[in-house]
Design a protein around this ligand. Structure first.
Ligand code: ATP
Ligand code: MG
Length: 228
């Protein structure tokens, strides 16, 4: 589904990503770990098309995506749930979903996402700002799902979520990864190693370690790369 080769990117002249190679298959879930500032968000932004790479290739289904806008990539099936809230706090849950559905072709998928996250169905008239952390994340994921993406990139979907709800979100991600390709950026290492098939550990903008979740879990270098 996704193949990245020799990817370097940054902000202006400051380079953040150095010669990355990653792959995400469909179906399946890839986790990207790394301490604060390692470059995880920068990587997802580059894959989504918000940042233009300095060099390298980004192939979606074998076709080059560098040079395509965020909208073009979204139309090709790339869904992105950013780390910052991707929802409108002053609008209701329903309005957030309706706005997300406007740009979609084909039948509305609002019923599908409300089945997928039944908690949201009970909150349709509530403004998004009054939702709990977990419900906000569910709404952000739902908005991405409205586009029926083949690849979904999630930047810390359990950040700020009460522990009791984290498992619920994790279950949903596992469910999605059975039929789509997921790239999960996570700070909850134990959770990521449990739900992902394959793991990349980033250190200062490079891939320092990679392997199956089982391999990475037992790798003594993991702690070194994740220690603050
Ligand atoms: N808009 C920006 N302009 C310049 N530098 C930036 C910008 N955004 C991030 N950086 C820098 O890029 C590096 C990587 O940041 P990034 O947000 O990708 O890390 P991260 O792994 O997502 O961290 P976190 O776990 O805290 O979310 C950091 O050194 C950061 O200061
Ligand atoms: Mg980040």
């Amino acid at each position: 589904m996704l193949e990245v080769r020799g990817l370097s990117a940054g902000y202006g002249r400051s380079q953040v990503l150095f010669d990355l190679a990653i792959e995400a298959r469909s179906p399946g879930m890839v986790a990207i770990l790394g301490r604060n500032g390692a470059g995880k968000t920068t990587l997802l932004k580059t894959l989504a098309g918000e940042i233009k790479p300095m060099s390298g290739q980004i192939l979606f289904d074998g076709r080059e995506a560098v040079g395509e806008s965020t909208e073009q990539r979204a139309r090709r099936g790339v869904g992105y749930v950013p780390q910052e809230q991707a929802i409108f706090g002053k609008l209701t849950v329903k309005e957030n979903l309706l706005l997300g559905a406007i740009s979609q072709k084909g039948p509305s998928r609002i019923d599908y996402v409300l089945d997928f996250f039944p908690k949201l169905a009970q909150r349709l008239g509530q403004t998004a700002a009054t939702l709990s952390g977990g419900e906000r994340k569910m709404l952000a994921i739902s908005r991405a799902l409205l586009g029926n993406p083949k690849l979904i990139m999630l930047d810390e979907p359990t950040e700020g979520v009460w522990v009791g709800v984290i498992e619920e979100i994790a279950d949903r991600l596992v469910q999605l990864s059975k039929e789509r390709s997921l790239i999960l950026v996570e700070q909850h290492i134990e959770l990521a190693l449990r739900v992902a098939d394959y793991v990349y550990v980033m250190d200062r903008g490079s891939i320092a370690l990679e392997g199956t979740a089982a391999q990475i879990k037992d790798d003594p270098r993991l702690l070194k790369y994740l220690a603050p």
